[in-house]
Design a protein around this ligand. Structure first.
Ligand SMILES: NC(=O)C1=CN([C@@H]2O[C@H](COP(=O)(O)OP(=O)(O)OC[C@H]3O[C@@H](n4cnc5c(N)ncnc54)[C@H](O)[C@@H]3O)[C@@H](O)[C@H]2O)C=CC1
Ligand SMILES: O=C(O)[C@H]1O[C@H](OP(=O)(O)OP(=O)(O)OC[C@H]2O[C@@H](n3ccc(=O)[nH]c3=O)[C@H](O)[C@@H]2O)[C@H](O)[C@@H](O)[C@@H]1O
Length: 434
């Protein structure tokens, strides 16, 4: 099929490259000229394992030619289906900001006015229930001068990939959710996903658009709450001197609980859990319901960085002292620092007037935009040299291998927020939840 993808970020680029690999002819439409040029050179505009090879194979010189990019929305006219993969950020009050979606929908609608045959539009961005029907579809209708159901229809297909493993997650999903209220839309979505479903064997959930929208928030809300619950339990374990990881390993054997998302520690960050729990909480309150469990999940999460800092306070007054922060990314495998708990840890140290020296293998440049005034070291060893304490904020594998590097610290105090450093003789080790 001919597929257009509007928005070429983490989701749009991954989806486009994977669809091209499955045999579709795909065009990415993005307002960012650099992104478009990069893709057309056969180079991935973001860092994701496996993505560079796919982009080179399908957009690069000598490639299959099944993937290209453009800033011209007119390209959608030569396609059957358009996926909207645009950002849906948070407003200051936590509510969803649909302005970028609406702008994209309007430009798409103006373009579709010139199309002779049926067109299916699919919202892939994460949007609160009702957004597709009440905001995005009307924007396309007004701009195109046609009503949904006449010349076009709009469906909803939430995305569940994770940063750091986006290509693998997209190719082998736990489920494919197709939300539609029009048979032609369902048929088009099913046709686009047919090769993926055949290759992966993933179950397909066919539902209406509002339910599809809600499934995404339920998924992220549940996972965020699961991590907060194990953090709550981990905090209790610590009070009792019990190892929360041993407890987690045991409860994971219960199929009803499962082994994933039971790593307790500094909590969840990233571009989605914080924004999505914020958006659904706000939407629920507007609708008249206080989502107490989601509120609690956020509250537990917000407390963890200060709990980490308090453990260091028990050992040393950090004012005027050099303190190392190991890890800045919100999770290993990415240079993304959006809502990273590490940034809160750095802020807490600065409030205490500590001299902060941070190290991350790939995320320092992004962290510098949030904390330009601290020192950034080129290695964990450099960060630890002369420090009176080290706070571990991201579970990068290389931190597990640290050993003699701790000997260069002025005081060998390690407060581990991610259970990655080994306890060893000569080291004063504190684990956040164990
Ligand atoms: N990042 C992730 O891991 C996941 C994100 N999502 C959701 O997917 C959506 C997109 O997220 P990301 O891919 O992370 O966003 P992103 O910020 O990485 O990429 C968005 C892209 O849209 C482009 N853009 C902005 N306005 C445009 C316009 N009017 N027309 C065309 N292009 C335009 C930007 O230049 C950028 O390349 C969000 O709703 C997010 O919640 C869902 C699952 C996973
Ligand atoms: O909507 C989204 O954008 C995506 O959000 C998350 O993906 P992501 O944020 O990329 O990464 P995760 O692996 O889920 O990690 C999120 C945060 O939880 C933390 N976490 C995760 C697991 C765990 O056991 N403990 C824990 O503290 C991580 O350190 C990280 O800060 C979801 O896992 C994806 O399914 C979803 O598509």
């Amino acid at each position: 099929m001919d597929v257009s993808i509007v928005g070429s970020g983490y989701v749009g680029t991954t989806v486009a490259a994977c669809f091209a690999d499955l045999g579709h002819r795909v065009v990415n439409v993005d307002v960012d000229e650099t992104t478009v040029e990069t893709l057309n050179d056969g180079v991935a505009p973001i860092h994701e394992e496996g993505l560079a090879d796919l982009v080179e194979a399908h957009a690069g010189p000598g490639g299959t030619g099944r993937l290209r990019a453009t800033t011209d929305y007119g390209a959608v006219l030569d396609t059957d289906v358009t996926f909207l993969c645009l950002p849906t950020p948070q407003r200051d009050d936590g509510s969803i900001d649909l302005s970028i979606m609406t702008a994209g929908a309007e430009t798409l609608g103006e373009t579709l006015a010139a199309k002779d045959d049926w067109h299916t539009v699919v919202v892939k961005s994460t949007v609160v229930p009702g957004s597709t029907d009440e905001t995005i579809t009307p924007a396309i209708e007004e701009a195109s001068g046609t009503a949904a159901g006449e010349a076009f229809g709009v469906g909803m297909n939430p995305e569940f990939l994770r940063e750091g493993s986006a290509v693998g997650d997209f190719r082998d999903p736990d489920k494919v959710v197709l939300g539609a209220d029009d048979e032609r839309v369902s048929d088009d979505m099913a046709a686009v996903f047919a090769p993926l479903v055949e290759a992966s064997g993933a179950p397909v959930v066919e539902t209406d658009t509002r339910t599809a929208e809600m499934i995404k928030y339920a998924n992220n809300g549940f996972l965020a709450a699961k991590v907060s619950l194990i953090n709550d339990i981990g905090n209790v374990c610590r009070e009792f001197g019990i190892d929360a990881y041993e407890v987690a390993d045991a409860i994971a054997l219960d199929d009803r609980i499962g082994e994933q998302f039971l790593r307790s520690g500094l909590g969840w960050g990233g571009s989605c859990f914080p924004k999505d729990t914020g958006a659904i909480r706000h939407a629920a309150r507007e609708a008249g319901y206080e989502p107490a469990m989601l509120e609690a999940a956020v509250e537990v999460n917000d407390r963890q960085p200060e709990r980490l800092l308090a453990l260091l306070d028990e050992h040393v007054d950090v004012a005027g002292e050099r303190v190392a922060v190991l890890g800045l990314a919100f999770k290993p495998g990415t240079d993304d620092v959006r809502n990273s708990r590490a940034l809160d840890v750095v802020a807490g140290l600065r409030e205490r007037d500590a001299d902060v020296v941070a190290y991350d293998p790939v995320a320092a440049a992004n962290a510098r935009e949030h904390h330009p005034d601290i020192e950034y070291a080129d290695s964990a060893a450099d960060a630890l040299d002369g420090a009176v304490g080290a706070l571990v904020a991201t579970d990068w594998d290389e931190f597990a291998a640290l050993d003699a590097e701790f000997d260069a610290m002025d005081e060998r105090i390690v407060v581990d927020g991610r259970r990655i450093v080994e306890r060893r003789e000569g080291l004063t080790y504190e684990g956040l939840t164990w």
